[in-house]
Design a protein around this ligand. Sequence first.
Ligand SMILES: [Zn+2]
Length: 188
Amino acid sequence: MQGSICGVFLYPKTSLLNKRRRAAHWQTIIYTMKCPVCYFQDTKVVDSRVASDGFSIRRRRECLKCGFRFSTYEELEILELTVVKRDGRREPYSRDKMTRGLKRALEKRPITDETFKKLIHLIERDLQVLKKEEVTSDQIGASVMKQLKKVDKVAYIRYASVYQSFKDLTEFKKELNKLSNNKDKAKE
Ligand SMILES: [Zn+2]
């Protein structure tokens, strides 16, 4: 996985696969996919379809030994990405953490689950194309703001005011003006 921070990983929806196994290469996981009933190794795929969010694939599998049918979901996952914080501390990238920040910014805003999932996906895609094993929290913040701006201007301003820490009110107003000017331009 040298130089790669992304991968695809398969897991049963209700599985309690631990983090270490999740970090393994996706092929390993496919080959060790066991029937949840009899633990037989070989399963055949009876149906595959793209999930409604458009970013994961649902596979219906059948155990070759006992015939039990179950579903797996294949989705894009960022692996082994380290976040360097402003004070220099390092921590593993956490999608949950980013999701929490976004949810706070989007509180009571009209956004569907699907759009929210896409938003997360686009932010992570931005991080993936950096092709680095370490990213700074500022890079993450910039990517969040870039994508959030396209989705919800109010949430964008909320997020920016928390994470970008505007120096003063003038800077904040400037950003607001930029947004409303763009809106006027879009109407013309
Ligand atoms: Zn079985």
